[in-house]
Design a binder for this molecule. Structure first.
Ligand SMILES: [Zn+2]
Ligand SMILES: [Zn+2]
Length: 233
């Protein structure tokens, strides 16, 4: 194929002998048109010197960049950028170091926050787990409703993060009625079945959560919340 194209080009350039009618003129005309088009394309694509603003916020002077990584207008700004970058990584390292020092209860609180937020979001618009109140979000100070435990954290610490044990509950039931336990259990049996509630009531296995467990719980519920929101959107 390439050979044919080359031959055609040579034929086109060869001077025509007098008296011979040219053959396949249309093919040459087409090739000319294609060539003309290529040339215009090239002309359009001719590189134009773009300008970039200096990455140093106090400077922002426009300069012609040499490459993608060329971010500062001159050597002084380049030095400033290196200094800023170093300060940024130092700060990050310090933060990571501080987080490593956080105590167990700090991680517990984060896990709890993530789980409760998930439970409240999941149960929005549903009935309170222990009365007929519909759980609605209207932005009251202190929250519109809670994530309430059937077996309380005080008496059954090991079930604090057990999903069978935590459901959306109105503030009246959770605070004033101290969890409204009897009604909570009765309704949970109706909703989730006796097998589940019996299992929950009989569960006295100690959990020995360590910091990585709380981190995993937090990540788990953050993911579930994200999925929930994605499904609702
Ligand atoms: Zn600059
Ligand atoms: Zn209630």
């Amino acid at each position: 194929m390439r050979f044919v194209v080359r031959a055609l080009r040579m034929m086109r350039r060869a001077p025509m002998k007098p008296g011979i009618t040219p053959m396949k003129r249309t093919a040459f005309a087409r090739a000319d048109r294609i060539e003309a088009r290529e040339v215009t394309k090239l002309a359009v694509k001719e590189p134009k010197q773009r300008m970039r603003k200096c990455a140093v916020k106090a400077c922002r002077k426009a300069f012609p960049p040499r490459s993608i990584s060329h971010k500062a207008c001159g050597p002084e700004c380049a030095q400033e950028l290196v200094r800023l970058e170093k300060a940024r990584t130092d700060r990050k390292e310090r933060q990571v170091g501080l987080i490593k020092l956080k105590p167990r209860k700090w991680w517990l609180a984060k896990a709890k926050k993530a789980m409760h937020l998930y439970v409240r979001t999941r149960d929005e618009g549903k009935q309170c787990c222990s009365c007929d109140t519909i759980l609605v979000r209207i932005g009251r100070i202190g929250g519109d409703y809670d994530a309430g435990h059937l077996r309380t954290v005080g008496s059954a610490k090991h079930l604090e993060f057990d999903p069978r044990n935590v459901w959306g509950q109105c503030k009246y039931c959770n605070d004033r009625l101290h969890g409204n336990e009897r009604e909570y259990e009765r309704r949970l049996r109706l909703r989730e079945g006796d097998a589940m509630v019996d299992g929950l009531m009989a569960d006295n296995d100690e959990r020995h959560y360590k910091i990585p467990d709380f981190q995993a719980i937090e990540a788990h519920y953050k993911k579930k919340l994200k999925d929930l929101k994605a499904a609702a959107a």
